[in-house]
Design a protein around this ligand. Structure first.
Ligand code: NAD
Length: 262
């Protein structure tokens, strides 16, 4: 299927690795020009070389910076001639016990996983509406639907973003001008983030990391972790011309892990 987005520009945040990179790869394969950001220059440069190899016709620009800071967001936005497709993403907050999280821990989580996407949406959607095309895809988490107690900072911050998106996605000023805003909710995907989480769980339980990973895999109905390529394909579809009637939705991509009918 031709997704009809060749030649569009996408800003894909936090995309040197993992899910962000999976999204950038799928978009580049569709002929989209991308600006990718990350804090580490070397990994970002490496990702850009690999992305470019996927499709020589797509431009791949890199911006080194922390997307959770005003400077990082300004640099990312300045590098993108126009943002037709916005993929918001940043590292997830650390797991822990809510008794240990003070105000600073909460502010950091809200900054990264709620206020940064909101600021980027605020900076881009009205111009998208003026042009008559825009796609915003926020990478959130399956924890928004199925909260995990040790991920309280993530549950809280991402739920705030989800509530915000549910409201603004339905504004006729946006939805009526072909601007859609949706969230992708990853379950367990095979990325550095998952490997870190598994290592932490192994350390806490005193089990080998492979045993913890195997247990976790067996808990997924699909009996495996997802891949960044699968995640990227869903992102590219939401960014497509064909997805123009899908807005304000939360797509769970979790191999069947959420045990509900809806
Ligand atoms: P990852 O650690 O594999 O990759 C994260 C990427 O984001 C890297 O490129 C890193 O450099 C970049 N990054 C992190 N913080 C940044 C910042 N402040 N500014 C710029 N770049 C930054 O992680 P992932 O697995 O791809 O996860 C992406 C998001 O999805 C995270 O918020 C994570 O919590 C969430 N998530 C992941 C899973 C999973 O199983 N992988 C499940 C649920 C939610």
């Amino acid at each position: 299927m031709d997704l009809g987005i060749t030649g569009k520009w996408a800003l894909v945040c936090a995309a040197s690795k993992g899910l962000g990179r999976g999204c950038a790869a799928a978009l580049v394969q569709e002929g989209v020009h991308v600006v990718i950001t990350a804090r580490g220059e070397e990994a970002l440069r490496h990702a850009a070389v690999e992305l470019k190899a996927l499709n020589r016709a797509s431009s791949v620009r890199t911006v080194v910076g922390d997307i959770t800071t005003p400077e990082g967001r300004a640099a990312a936005l300045a590098a993108c001639p126009q943002v037709d497709i916005l993929v918001t993403n940043a590292g997830g907050p650390p797991p822990g016990d809510f008794r240990q999280w003070d105000r600073d821990a909460w502010i950091a989580a809200l900054d990264a996983n709620m206020l940064t996407p909101i600021e980027l949406i605020r900076a881009t959607v009205d111009a998208m509406a003026d042009r008559g095309f825009g796609r915003v895809i926020n990478i959130t988490s399956a924890a928004v639907k199925a909260p995990n107690d040790i991920l309280g900072l993530s549950n809280g911050a991402r739920s705030g973003l989800t509530g915000f998106v549910a409201g603004i996605a339905r504004q006729p000023r946006l939805a009526g001008r072909n601007v859609t805003i949706n969230n992708l909710l990853p379950g367990p995907f095979d990325t550095d983030r998952l490997r870190t989480t598994l290592a932490g769980a192994a350390a806490r339980s005193g089990q080998p990391v492979e045993a913890v990973a195997e247990q976790r895999r067996k808990g997924v109905p699909a009996q495996r972790f997802g891949t960044p390529e699968e995640f990227g394909a869903a992102c590219a579809f939401l960014a497509s011309q064909q997805a123009g009637f899908i807005t304000g939705q939360n797509w769970l991509i979790d191999g069947g892990g959420f045990p509900g009918t809806f």
